[in-house]
Design a protein around this ligand. Structure first.
Ligand code: ME8
Length: 488
């Protein structure tokens, strides 16, 4: 049986998840559902990145105990995932000393055995927002431009990872697509970064006195140091599967795709491959690197007052319309924009009118004119549809999902709907009804219902509840309740 292993980044629990996180997780879910429906043995991993200073700082600001703060936020992750209908198979927390720590420490030991860990006195500028050292060059007015904060100047003993050694090997794997980076623009971006040669990375920090004991993985053999949070975080993709515990077998490794945002490309396309090469493990097969969501053309920010809360959208429109919007109207590969007006317009035009209206008209005909629906309609599955490609649109749909192009996949479904609408305009079944020629109407109706089934099957990865409602309506030959009431 073909396997499919997909991951999201593990997000920082220093604040509730916002629309950007919802985006990554939703498109990952679409891929996971697609591969599951295609009959592949799928494992979908997500989680939270907890050995982090920024969470402790955030907790202190609110005067809450860090561990309680952490548990609360992580609980909110799963509440949001539930509302978005995210079908993850596993949620990893990197504070988990049973699931995660042994593997993270084993990884460290492997790098060390290879001779890739060494001690060094180090001085640098640490940005807590990035959880990484940044350079003087990166600063604007003395501040990190991404986080607006003055970095800490740190002078300390660290263990370093000899990443520089792997520059050429990593570049070759990326060049040849052995590690496929989608889209090509991100592949080019990382290749030109690699051309400058990789620097070694600080891979540990002295244990901070104010860090709870339950957080921060001790460096094997030196308890005064904790493993650098990015080193431990990246390892989650294998510790989740059993690296470092049990029989250590990792059925699902290598990952088919790590889905990430453009901000963490270097960690995933340089440090992570370097770690895996050093530890003698295979590299993931691909990275899907999506752009950032902006609101009204600007970065979402509290000061600008343009932050769009996923929960607000879910309250107003429900799960599937939000999934629909993210899949179809946010550019996958570049930055994508969202506004309340744009959402409302897309909802009314394509869900209330487009899909909802088409489904209602088809089922009105079907209910009235088709007897014994199961004799006339093939209730085919997604793989069956793939094997009997019936239209350009279906072909385009499968190609798009295989290329992680969610906009194009959704467009293909709406092409099917538009073609159905156009046909309805042409053959005018509701006028034939008045002429009392039932047989002809029945034939036309079968055709329309067959198309609606096809639409439902293609919708399933993107809008699972809607797909189910449509399929149930067809099987019981009953017009569904108003799927998408018009909104003002
Ligand atoms: O970086 N638009 O966690 P994080 C789209 N813990 N996606 C966005 C976004 C936006 N405006 N803002 C954030 C971390 N994201 C590490 C990851 S993985 C081993 C460790 C999404 O909470 C996008 O996927 O800062 C981005 O890469 C991720 O959130 C960063 O999440």
């Amino acid at each position: 049986m073909k396997k499919f292993y997909i991951t999201t980044p593990i997000f920082y629990p220093n604040a509730n998840l916002h629309l950007g996180h919802a985006y990554t997780t939703t498109v990952s879910d679409i891929l996971a559902r697609y591969h599951r429906l295609m009959g592949e043995k799928t494992h979908f991993l997500t989680g939270s990145d907890e050995n982090t200073q920024k969470m402790v700082d955030a907790a202190r600001k609110t005067g809450t105990d860090p561990m309680m703060f952490l548990d609360d936020i992580v609980k909110n992750f799963s509440v949001l995932y539930k509302r978005l209908n995210i079908s993850y198979d596993q949620f990893i927390r990197t504070s988990d000393q049973v699931i995660h720590w042994p593997g993270a420490q084993l990884m460290w030991e492997k790098l060390s055995e290879t001779g890739d860990i060494y001690e060094k006195e180090y001085e640098g500028l640490y940005c807590v927002g990035h959880e990484a050292f940044i350079t003087e060059k990166d600063l604007v007015d003395g501040k990190c431009p991404d986080h607006g904060a003055i970095p800490e100047r740190i002078r300390e003993k660290n263990y370093f990872f000899r990443l520089s050694k792997y520059t050429e090997q990593i570049a070759r794997k990326i060049e040849t697509d052995e590690l496929l980076i989608v889209p090509k623009t991100r592949k080019q971006e990382i290749l030109s970064f690699l051309k400058q040669g990789l620097d070694d990375v600080s891979f540990s920090r002295p244990r901070r006195a104010d860090m709870p004991q339950q957080l921060g993985i001790p460096v094997p053999g030196d308890e005064s140091q904790t493993v650098y949070v990015w080193c431990d975080a990246l390892a989650n993709y294998i510790t989740a599967l059993g690296y470092g515990r049990g029989d250590g077998q990792m059925e699902f490794w290598p990952a088919d795709v790590h889905v990430i945002g453009k901000d963490i490309l270097r960690f995933h396309a340089a440090i992570w491959p370097g770690m895996l090469l050093s530890a003698g493990l295979p590299l993931p097969k691909s990275l899907l690197v999506h752009g950032f969501i902006t609101s009204g053309g600007k970065k979402m920010s509290k000061t600008l007052g343009n932050v769009i809360d996923p929960v607000e959208l879910l309250d107003e429109y429900g799960t599937d319309p939000v999934r629909y919007f993210l899949a179809r109207h946010i550019s996958t590969f570049e930055d994508g924009d969202i506004t309340h007006e744009g959402f409302l317009e897309a909802y009314n035009a394509n869900l209330a009118n487009g899909l909802g209206n088409f489904a209602a008209r088809v089922m009105t005909l079907s209910e009235k004119y088709i007897e014994n629906i199961e004799e006339h309609i093939g209730f085919f599955s997604l793989p069956e549809l793939k094997n009997t490609v019936v239209s350009d649109a279906t072909q385009k749909y499968f190609k798009a999902l295989d290329a992680y192009d969610f906009n194009a996949a959704a467009d293909a479904i709406w092409e099917e709907i538009a073609a159905g609408d156009a046909r309805m305009q042409k053959v005018k079944p509701f006028e034939l009804v008045k002429l009392d020629i039932d047989k002809a109407v029945e034939e036309l109706s079968k055709n329309f219902v067959q198309r609606l089934w096809r639409i439902a099957v293609m919708l399933e990865p993107i809008m699972p509840e809607t797909a189910l409602k449509l399929k149930e309506a067809i099987k019981s030959n009953k017009k569904p309740d108003n799927l998408f009431p018009r909104k003002e």
